[in-house]
Design a protein around this ligand. Structure first.
Ligand code: BGC
Length: 738
């Protein structure tokens, strides 16, 4: 039967509904366009409510809100929080905003979900060693699901700062030194967090940070000032941010650093000019933690009001933790120091994203979701796979690795071999050390027949007797596995070091272990490149394991005993010594390139100029050959494209994966360019004897450069290199002719 209703009945129904006669605000209509809803809502807001929406406040570390948040939420003056999470806390605070405030605008809950929320994946630098953006995307997507299940709708990730100074502790949070690899990973992580629609369940808004140049902190000292040329900004530091914008990232975070005299949090040229103007970014920009207030200490702002005026006018929409917008904004607006247009534009941007994020319609989180979502078997399997793929084999003399699972006596030495917290890394959200598998446990699982002797050895504050015991135990074994490196708190924010040496007495321990004449395998856990020169010169095998996450110890053990074959590559150069820093493959050539035989060339008199391990380097239990490089056509016009192809073959008896890497070098032009620029890579898995021809395309996007006059592909010769690291490889030529 059709459901006809007479007009009289319709009028009766409408009149009986509470909305009849009263205004139904457009902003409450879920079907209306987000921009229209935001505009409608803006028109109803007081000045205080507007500034309130631009305020983000910090909850308590365990996830609770602070008492004062309740009143602010009720007054409609709390736009967002960071660190408030889980249903009991988030829903209680949300209720104040949604049901008790005048306009019912929900709070946006944010958190640093950097490499997992509860299931912890390898630290981002380690994840980057996979050279496999699809895996990074899958990890971000799993992290988004877990974050969503505890009421979060926004993560402060990905961190896409290029960094070339391992003294800087935050090098662990990014993708390393290269703009191309960093761009691919930035885009992948944004896609993983946000999916096709960040407003959908299980997805969160991503945040590209820290805009911009934070990784160039002078002397590697965190928060330090930066002085970066326009060429370096455009060609090195900007690209991963641009890739994040192109992948649809909806928020940006400004950085702490002073950049060429204008702190990033008040840098109008970069925020309003480049990001919004040139790139068309439509989302909103949040400051970093108290970085608006810090404009005073930088020496840019005279007082709190001046700081608020400068940040807001530069285009920073939301203020994290400091409260200057909220406290000084209304008076500054009245005095004409902040323009109504700037204020309204910022509020509109925040509101529109809140509408798009779906939190007006779904402000609360179902308390039952968390238990069903965190640390599921699928996520743990993903974390194991991620950790396995992030392993980088740095040395394997005489094919010592993989070890035979039938081996009788294994000594596992070093405190890091049995430390759960150190598997997780410095920014492990709500990851629990108790969840993590240690290396010792991993070895027990994969080599159950081996008799293990474990000794904690030489970490911080070790006494002579600890070292003696470790060495005595090790001397009885067939093989020694020495876990060395850094504890989780030695990298990350505010964890810069002047030394890249193994901390504590670890080197001394290794020296004594070597003297036992037993084969020593070093497993390195770390968040930054370390000085591994002694290890490289003296030990037969070294495995770089980073801080590999919840399943980390199992992944390392599976790799050591050959259940998995390592295939990761360094996303960053490993120097021989800290004195070489900054050292990176994509440097310019100088007029006197290093030449060991010539004194007056660019080198050191007390050290090699070469890195210990170059960018892109990493071994495998398999061996691969590269051959048959072809460039076709060999001559193209500046807007044209060429195909580069070459063959890669597994010439060993073991299946394994190799990362094929393609680099270019522009030999001459109106400005000098790096000696090599990565422009393509592919991780391929090949069966024994299997060969594959890989094809890469080089076009304007790969060949061009930001010159003083803008982006261009200049005519001339390009050298092409193809191989398995940034050093050596096959060579070819491509010519660009007008
Ligand atoms: C860090 C950011 C982080 C923020 C919120 C700051 O100290 O620099 O990366 O997102 O804190 O926790």
């Amino acid at each position: 039967m059709k459901n006809y209703m007479s007009s009289a009945a319709l009028i009766f129904l409408l009149a009986a509904s509470p909305a009849f006669g009263a205004e139904v605000p457009l902003y409450k209509d879920a079907k209306a366009a987000p921009a229209a809803r935001a505009a409608d809502l803006l028109g109803r807001m007081t000045v205080e409510e507007k500034f309130g929406q631009l305020q983000q406040l910090d909850g308590l570390w365990e996830g609770n809100y602070r008492e004062e948040h309740l009143a602010l939420a009720r007054e409609g003056r709390l736009g967002s929080t960071l660190n408030v999470r889980t249903a009991p806390f988030a829903n209680t605070l949300q209720k104040e905003a949604v049901e008790r405030s005048r306009l019912g605008i929900p709070v946006l809950f944010a958190f640093d979900v950097i490499h997992g929320y509860r299931t912890i994946f390898p630290v981002p630098l380690g994840e980057s060693a996979q050279w496999e953006p699809q895996l990074a995307e899958a990890a971000a997507s799993a992290a988004a699901e877990e974050a969503y299940s505890v009421g979060l709708k926004w993560t402060f990730a990905p961190m896409v700062d290029i960094a070339r100074d391992p003294r800087w502790g935050r090098i662990v949070e990014g993708s390393g030194e290269d703009a191309y690899l960093g761009s691919k990973l930035a885009a992948a992580r944004v896609r993983g967090f946000q999916g096709a629609d960040y407003g959908a369940p299980w997805k969160v808004m991503a945040c590209a940070k820290h805009w911009v140049g934070y990784g160039a902190a002078e002397a590697g000292r965190d928060y330090n000032s930066t002085d970066i040329s326009e060429s370096a900004l455009r060609n090195v530091y900007f690209p991963p941010f641009k890739a994040a914008v192109d992948a649809g990232v909806v928020t940006f975070m400004t950085a702490f650093n002073d950049l060429n005299g204008v702190p990033s949090t008040a840098n109008k040229r970069n925020i309003s000019g480049v990001l919004r103007g040139e790139w068309g970014f439509k989302g909103f920009v949040v400051s970093d933690y108290t970085s608006v207030k810090e404009l005073i200490l930088h020496g840019l702002a005279a007082d709190g009001e001046d700081a608020a005026v400068k940040a807001l006018s530069a285009g920073v929409d939301m203020e994290m933790v400091s409260t200057l917008y909220r406290e000084t904004g209304p008076a500054a607006l009245a005095a004409g120091k902040i323009s109504q247009a700037d204020l309204d534009a910022s509020v509109l941007r925040v509101l529109e994203l809140k509408f798009r994020a779906g939190i007006f319609e779904n402000p609360y989180i179902d308390p039952a979701l968390e238990a069903k979502t965190l640390k599921t078997p699928e996520k743990l399997a993903l974390a194991l796979n991620a950790a396995l793929n992030s392993m980088v084999l740095l040395k394997n003399e005489g094919a010592l690795l993989p070890l035979s699972p039938g081996i009788k006596k294994v000594a596992v030495i070093g405190a890091l071999a049995d430390s759960r917290a150190d598997m997780l890394g410095s920014w492990s959200a709500d990851g629990k050390p108790a969840d993590a598998v240690t290396l010792l446990e991993g070895i027990r699982a994969v080599a159950p027949g081996a008799s293990l002797v474990y000794s904690s050895g030489a970490f911080a504050g070790a006494a002579d007797k600890d070292l003696d015991r470790a060495v005595a135990e090790a001397a009885k074994a067939d093989v020694i596995i020495a876990a060395v490196g850094e504890t989780f708190d030695l990298s990350g924010e505010a964890a810069s070091r002047v030394s890249l040496a193994l901390p504590g007495r670890q080197l001394e321990l290794l020296e004594r272990l070597k003297k036992t004449d037993k084969p020593v395998v070093a497993v390195v856990f770390n968040g930054r490149p370390l000085e591994l020169g002694w290890l490289n010169d003296n030990l037969p095998a070294i495995l770089e394991a980073w801080q590999p996450g919840t399943q980390g110890g199992l992944a390392v053990a599976q790799t050591l005993f050959g259940l998995a074959n390592p295939g990761g590559k360094l996303p960053i150069t490993f120097p021989r010594s800290v004195g070489q820093v900054p050292i990176y493959y994509g440097h310019r050539n100088t007029g006197r390139p290093p030449d060991a035989k010539e004194k007056y060339t660019s080198k050191y008199i007390d050290s090699s100029f070469e890195p210990l391990y170059p960018f892109g380097y990493g071994l495998s239990y398999s061996s691969f050959s590269f051959s048959g490089l072809e460039v076709s056509p060999a001559v193209i016009a500046p807007g044209g494209k060429a195909q580069v192809s070459f063959e890669i073959k597994n010439i060993s008896r073991r299946a394994g994966s190799e990362v094929a890497q393609l680099y270019i070098r522009d030999e001459a032009g109106s400005e000098t360019r790096p000696v090599r620029e990565l422009k393509g890579f592919q991780r391929v898995t090949l069966a024994p004897g299997e060969a594959r021809r890989l094809i890469f395309e080089l076009g304007p996007e790969e060949l061009g450069w930001y010159y003083a006059g803008g982006y261009a592909v200049e005519p001339g010769r390009f050298k092409i290199y193809a191989g398995n690291s940034s050093a050596g490889g096959l060579e070819g030529v491509l010519e660009v002719k007008p």
